[in-house]
Design a protein around this ligand. Sequence first.
Ligand SMILES: *Cc1c(COP(=O)(O)O)cnc(C)c1O
Length: 387
Amino acid sequence: MTDDEAAPETRLIHTRTGRLDRVTVNPPLERASTVLFRDEAGLYGAKPTYGRMGLTVHRELEAAMGELEGAAHTRLASNGLQACALAIAACVSSGGHLLFTDSAYGPTARFCERRLKAMGIEAERFDPRDTADLERRLRPETQAIFLESPGSLTFEIADLPAIAAICKARRIRIICDNTWGAGLHHQPLALGADISVQALTKYVVGHADAFAGAVMTRNGGLAAKIAAVSEDWGIGLAPDDAYLALRGLRTLHTRLKAHEAAGLEMAQWLSARPEVADVLHPALPTSPDHALWTRDFTGSNGLFGVVLKPVPEGGMERFFEALSLFGLGFSWGGFESLVIPCDQQLTRMKGSWTEQRSGPLLRFHIGLEAVRDLKADLDTAFAAMSA
Ligand SMILES: *Cc1c(COP(=O)(O)O)cnc(C)c1O
């Protein structure tokens, strides 16, 4: 059987660079700044010459991420935000213009609006559900489009193939944050994106204990630009975190399937609750994004949003107070269930549909606990909210 014929879960377990003459299942973890050479010629010859460029574990993780995303080139970063910044910076230059989705991860939006501005690049939002809106905002100096699909907190899906068709003729680069799809359930590069980015911190690491990011592309010229920005900014990934990301990757398929099944069950259960106005989950047939999700994704996961009906005075405080299994905390993709209130961090364009919400927006991450226990936890919390 060739590698191409094997199922994704098989390939995730068996990707190796082939350079290792290995006696252990996992690669050796080298904690190193200095790399030693036998002679002077070696110092300026062989790579890597310095630990910042990564060593054995990094090369293995790059190969595995490339396999996962269908990419020829992978560059690692110390976290997901840095990976997003790296990808964007490789596609824009002073005097240029970038369009980014209105539902981008908050710190990515902040990078666009604050850091790019300081670099002489104009960043502008567009409505992820309205490709015509994006097209109207294109300018002669537009250099790149930043997508995140589904978007953070509100889970809108952008029509990537349609956007790619518009951008191709104009030589505009498309970057897609693929953290939700995790590479297994969405393949932006196959659908026309030039760069796919992931916060490995989420499902790839999978255990809420390390940060990592990755930038993937099929385009050699673009890969060289990404490498140059990464070198100039001194971007790297700590070996221990690279090791944890690679270890997480080996079980990603199994974990993601479990998160997906539990996530769907909880999303459906929440849809039927009297306190809930809407569940924002593209795999639900009631979602306005369901048709695009069905066409462009092969699965979902445990992360979705919930819009509540108007909540009685003090109800949210009582809801969070009553929870015992769901943790209150940022990030997601680990084995544990989490919930956060989102209203405080939601920044959207004027006229966004989010302005017409009936009540507070929550984001749930469904972990690997028994669904029965999670429902009981929420039952208690909803009862406290209404009391
Ligand atoms: C968490 C997240 C990031 C940032 O990743 P960090 O590793 O926390 O810096 C970027 N994009 C998305 C969609 C995320 O959820």
